[in-house]
Design a binder for this molecule. Structure first.
Ligand code: ADP
Ligand code: MG
Ligand code: ZN
Length: 683
């Protein structure tokens, strides 16, 4: 029998209409048995690039992946799509392990996931040879790099495994920097460069935005409030901050918890599990919350503190929106962040070349933060890709106001130099503003020629100038003297009046009133999307699967917008493969066609007495209250027929509502008075 073509399996097994950028070439090379290294952004769709070839090839593909949770999720997702896959990890029960070996013995298994620790025992190699492994796939291949914080010593054994088995190896990572790439080639491919794929860095569904820190907690709370009920991650620089910010979010009515490397393993696993399975949870975390997060429907990522480099930034925001549906990011930054990141590099243990490369990577991120034009263009440019302005970042939407900052920068540099590069921005600004502080008087700085020459700006504006000078790497904190700022070589042309510089006026966007909720779909489709999500939740809870394994957000959005009216139509939606069509197709079709009448826009325009409108309103109320008024209670919802009943019969009291078919006392208590309010308004 001829092996099935990748394109065919792409739609029949995975339910995808087309490859994402870069996938087709990688799949082709891996299927052909070439050694390959694919560098693709987080969310770019790397798993498919070894899963699909595994189905096309004879024998078993062994997948080395660093985290048990990641492996288990991928195995479950594959099984949900009808693929025979298994994992051998220390987390297995004996039954699970037996089942894997049985499937191997029968030649059924196509993908065998294995933790790298297994390679430490000599027995593993023999076993893999016996079961007919024909390819090795290495996920998160940057774990071989000893400089990254994901370093896994057992990954170093993979090279030997490749030699022992004599089969092709395909390595995957999102880490793009040169050093890591070289280390992967050395460790995994014995220094012989594999076919390398490096492109497709654009993530068009991610909205990019930066804001200068002004009151960071308020900024984050405001951002989260506009996205209430959607899964998100807030990255913080310190462990303590994760806890206090999670608390603040809970007080703001969000479902939120914290996560950092100092928590014990069980607590961390609980958070990972909750995040993976629950819809709408916010995790406030340090970067320790990273690789294990494979949830495709994270709708936003915010940085409460500046990441350490442009690569880290890119990787962290990349965790949002892997399913391809719209997702948003916000990164806050301020002078203290810049100082902290510089100090971390200077005080780190890396050799000098690595340190200067790290400073350059931080500079690239700061350039992005202080950029005057499209952020995506700059970000992609850093990765060597050319792009037009995207129209989908904060600066494309609202170009910044700028001014010629040359004179201001020269004044600031002069204050720095005349005081021996010995002071931080607070004191320097006092000098520029002509403040008679004790420190100024003690040091005689009131007699400097720069004393009081900067009164055209206020303190906040000078802070923005200093921050931007740090961002343009004109000044750096002195690693030897805490807080002191030194001029860099890059500043010399400006000081000598040989170059000019344009700066941004910080427009402080003040949070005013309640933030407007951002919607994923148009107003017209929102009720249907809620109904589809409710159906998904019911099905996933019943099956004990994370919601996205039933269908991801992007698939539901497409259903809500295109409203297919037959199973054939459902089958054409992105993300609906044969197995899922059979398992869930009819359920979702029923939601769409059942909701169709009540949702029809023409019908909704009728007067407020119309049953369809009432139905919509009741449904909205119950979606809003699904987790209670505080958003943290047990999930409850009513069926369509219950809601229709209420819309038609218009019960007049909570007791009457409790008697509607399908209602329970609990539900009547949760929704009853809100339903009555809807009915009262309509009559
Ligand atoms: P990565 O490992 O590169 O971060 P994943 O392999 O986890 O990315 O894929 C991210 C998401 O993209 C998954 O939900 C996956 O189902 C989806 N995906 C992958 N390839 C395609 C495709 N060709 N079309 C639509 N969705 C895809
Ligand atoms: Mg992955
Ligand atoms: Zn843009």
């Amino acid at each position: 029998m001829a092996a099935p073509a990748p394109q065919e399996l792409l739609s029949s097994v995975f339910g995808f209409a087309s490859f994402r950028p870069g996938q087709a070439e990688i799949v082709e090379a891996v299927t052909a048995g070439e050694n390959t290294l694919a560098i693709m952004p987080t969310g770019g769709g790397k798993s498919l690039c070894f899963q699909l070839p595994a189905l096309c090839r004879d024998g078993v593909t062994v997948v080395i992946s660093p985290l048990i949770a990641l492996m288990r999720d991928q195995v479950r997702a594959l099984r949900a799509a009808g693929v025979t896959a298994g994992a051998l990890t220390s987390g297995n029960t004996q039954d699970e392990t037996d089942a894997v070996f049985a499937a191997l013995a029968e030649g059924q298994l196509k993908l065998l996931y294995m933790a790298p620790e297994r390679l430490a025992s000599g027995a593993a190699v023999g076993m893999l040879r016996r079961v007919g492994v024909s390819m090795i796939a290495v996920d998160e291949a940057h774990c071989v790099s000893q400089w990254g914080h994901d370093f896994r010593p057992d990954y170093l054994r993979i090279g030997e495994l490749r030699q022992a088995l004599g089969v092709p190896l395909a390595a995957f990572t999102a880490t793009a920097d040169e050093e890591t790439r070289e280390e992967i080639v050395t460790r995994l491919f014995d220094g012989v460069a594999p076919r390398t794929f490096l492109h497709g860095f654009d993530r068009p569904n991610l909205h990019l935005a930066f804001e200068a820190k002004n009151s960071p907690r308020t900024q984050i709370l405001y951002f989260a409030a506009a996205r209430k009920g959607r899964s998100g991650i807030v990255y913080c620089g310190t462990r303590a901050k994760t806890e206090s910010l999670a608390q603040a979010l809970r007080e703001g009515g969000h479902l939120a918890c914290h996560y950092h490397g100092g928590m014990d393993a069980d607590d961390r696993r609980t958070v990972e599990h909750r995040f993976q399975t629950e819809d709408g949870l916010i995790v406030v975390a340090t970067v320790a919350f990273g690789m294990g997060v494979d949830k495709p429907d994270i709708r936003w990522v915010a940085h409460a503190d500046l990441p350490k480099s442009i690569e880290s930034y890119y990787q962290e925001i990349g965790r949002a929106g892997r399913d391809g549906a719209p997702a948003e990011t916000l990164t806050l930054y301020g002078p203290d962040d810049i100082r902290l990141r510089r100090t971390q590099i200077d005080e780190g243990l890396a050799p000098p070349e690595r340190k200067s490369a790290d400073h350059a990577r931080l500079n690239a991120l700061l350039g992005l933060a202080e950029s005057l034009g499209c952020r995506r263009q700059i970000l992609l440019g850093y990765f060597g890709e050319q792009a037009d302005p995207c129209g989908h970042c904060d600066l494309c939407e609202r170009p910044p106001e700028t001014f010629d900052g040359t004179t201001a920068v020269r004044k600031a540099l002069s204050a720095i130099l005349r005081t021996g590069e010995y002071f931080g921005s607070g004191h320097l600004i006092d000098i520029l503003l002509g403040q008679n502080t004790q420190k100024i008087l003690d040091r005689g700085h009131d007699s400097l020629p720069t004393f009081g020459v900067g009164t055209e700006y206020d303190r906040r504006q000078w802070q923005a100038v200093f921050r931007q000078m740090m961002g343009h790497d004109l000044i750096r904190p002195d690693p030897e003297r805490h807080g002191a700022l030194r001029m860099t070589e890059a500043a010399r042309p400006i000081l000598r009046d040989e170059a000019t510089i344009t700066l941004r006026k910080d427009s402080v966007v003040r949070a005013k009133g309640r933030p407007a909720a951002k919607e994923l779909v148009g107003e017209e489709d929102a009720p249907l999307l809620s109904a589809l999500k409710a159906k998904r939740r019911a099905l996933s809870e019943a099956a004990g699967l994370p919601a996205y394994m039933v269908f991801n957000d992007r698939t539901l959005i497409e259903m809500a917008q295109t409203r297919p009216d037959s199973l054939d139509g459902i089958a054409r939606i992105n993300g609906v493969g044969a197995t899922k069509l059979e398992r869930y197709g009819a359920d979702f079709l029923a939601v769409i066609t059942g909701a169709g009448e009540a949702m029809h826009p023409a019908r909704r325009q009728l007067a407020g007495r119309d049953g369809g409108v009432l139905f919509d309103q009741l449904q909205q109320v119950q979606v809003d209250l699904a987790r209670g008024p505080s958003g943290i209670d047990k999930y409850l919802s009513c069926t369509h027929s219950t809601l229709r009943h209420i819309a038609e019969r218009k019960p007049g009291s909570i007791d009457d509502i409790a008697r509607v078919p399908g209602m329970t006392e609990q539900k009547a208590e949760r929704f009853g008075s809100a339903f009555l309010a809807v009915l009262a308004q309509a009559s």
